[in-house]
Design a protein around this ligand. Structure first.
Ligand code: GDP
Ligand code: MG
Length: 465
């Protein structure tokens, strides 16, 4: 796609704050010309007017061309289009990482005719210039925002085109089938048409199966991307905060033998096999004795309502009590795991009494104090949230709700086309569905672009990317 932007954009590309290095990026037709007015190579004999050597670091001074003031000593690198990130001429200034310096540098670039880049505008240009497709652009944002190693890995693979590569043959098949059918419409010869319908149907069925396969990744894909909320619930003193700390692998919550120690809700990020876990420690659920505790308990109820999974903690060293029954009652209708804690102490909790009240919920025995059984609990959590399907985050190719919606829509459209063919409607009817499917798939990679989509996607980027 040929795209010629008229203006040259500039922005700080490194995060806000102080650091060893801060990068200012300049992209567009006037990048070199603007850079020349502010940047003065230090090397003797370097002709000031000469263009920057491509892809080579040049040490120099950045000066305000109006006043001659020295702003910073920096390294400039020139990436000539079209083989640059944006596909245009790009200059990157590696300055000292001071927000004051970087802001000043951008200011003089703007004074020299550059325009301040909007969020994601460099990547938008990369897309418009055909350097990357939309799934890759979105993956760049996901990579930047990744909070776990797995999220980063999945984003990296998508950035390298894993999803686009899977979709390409499907688009090709749809196009082939469309061409065949358009031809059939042109040359109406009954024998040939009925002959090829069977084989066209087979091809469409293969496409439907593949779309279903890709869509099925979304369950785990969404887990990898968004993670899940797990609340730890139980009466006071059963060891909720101890378990919270165990799962976080640090002493985050205060643990004491005094019932009611945890009053407010604590939320921290943990991860199991690369799935981000938003873990919530709560005040004990019981008939409250004071006002603060009552408020804490209110929040615990909220946490139960908000959680994707609840860990119901019971004290294995004591018989089941009324307060435990209350907890089991309150968590009755949410997905839950029963965790029987204090395994290191003599067992006084009758498993049958628990079973009778919990039905199907899996039971794990642990000691939050010694760590015994905690890995098994992690495994059980993973199995519960992935519904027992073998989970390998490495294979996830679909994490994005937009992609998922379009793949489901494409599948629907192909199904409709197939139905039309099977029920003996004319090719024209089936063609409508196939064109719809193709358009949906095209929207994923951006081959069919709609202004609104672009705006929505790129506005979620940070400035300078
Ligand atoms: N023996 C033993 N004591 C534990 C275990 N887990 C927690 N405790 C103790 O039980 C008390 C209450 O623990 P805490 O985590 O604060 O419980 P919470 O009120 O449910 O948050 C503390 O004295 C802990 O040291 C365990 O697995 N074994
Ligand atoms: Mg606690």
């Amino acid at each position: 796609m040929a795209y010629a932007s008229e203006d040259t954009i500039a922005a700080i590309s490194t995060p806000p704050g102080r650091g060893g290095i801060g990068i200012v990026r300049l992209s567009g037709p006037r990048a070199r010309e603007i850079a020349r007015t502010v940047f003065h190579p230090k090397a003797k004999g370097a002709p000031h007017e000469a263009p920057f050597p491509p892809r080579r670091a040049t040490l120099g001074e950045i000066r305000d061309p109006q006043t001659g003031d020295l702003l910073d000593e920096a390294i400039a690198t020139f990436f000539p289009g079209p083989h640059s990130y944006t596909g245009e001429d790009v200059i990157e200034f590696s300055c000292h990482g001071s927000p004051i310096v970087l802001r000043r540098v951008v200011e003089v670039l703007l004074e020299c005719g550059a325009r301040a880049a909007g969020p994601g505008e460099f990547t938008l240009r990369a897309f418009l210039n055909g350097r990357i497709d939309l799934t890759q652009a979105e993956a760049i944002r996901d990579l930047i925002e990744a909070q776990t190693v797995t999220q980063a890995r999945v984003a990296l693979r998508q950035m390298q085109g894993s999803l686009s590569r899977r979709l390409q043959p499907l688009r090709q098949t749809l196009m082939d089938v469309i061409v065949q059918m358009e031809t059939a419409v042109e040359f109406v010869e009954d024998d040939i048409v009925t002959e090829s319908r069977a084989s066209l149907l087979r091809r469409l069925e293969a496409v439907i199966a593949q779309l279903e396969e890709i869509a099925s990744h979304y369950r785990t894909g969404r887990l990898v991307r968004e993670g899940i909320h797990i609340a730890i619930i139980g009466k006071p003193n059963v060891g909720k905060s101890s378990l919270f700390n165990r799962l976080l692998e640090r002493e985050r919550a205060i643990v004491t033998e005094i019932p009611g120690t945890t009053r407010d809700m604590l939320i921290e990020m943990a991860s199991i096999e690369g799935i981000p876990i938003h873990l919530v420690d709560t005040a004990g659920l019981r008939e409250a004795t004071d006002r603060i505790e009552r408020l804490g308990i209110e929040r615990s109820r909220q946490a139960i309502a908000d959680a994707d999974l609840v860990l119901v903690v019971l004290d294995g060293s004591r018989p089941l009590e009324g307060e435990d029954r209350l907890v089991l009652e309150e968590t009755r209708s949410v997905p839950r795991l029963i965790v029987i804690n204090k395994r290191d102490l003599p067992e006084r909790l009758d498993p049958e009494s628990v079973r009778a009240l919990t039905h199907e919920a899996p039971i794990c025995y642990i000691s939050a104090l010694t760590g015994q059984g905690v890995n098994e609990l992690r495994r059980q959590i993973l199995e519960t949230i992935t519904c027992g399907s073998a989970f390998s985050p490495e294979d996830v190719i679909l994490t994005n709700a937009r992609h998922h919606r379009l793949i489901v829509a494409a599948r629907e459209a192909v199904l409709q086309a197939r139905r039309a063919l099977m029920e003996g409607y004319s090719e024209e009817v089936a063609l409508v569905g196939l064109h719809d499917a193709l358009r949906n798939l095209g929207e994923i990679t951006g081959e069919v672009t709609i202004e609104e989509i672009l705006e929505r996607i790129f506005s979620t980027f940070c400035i300078g990317k």
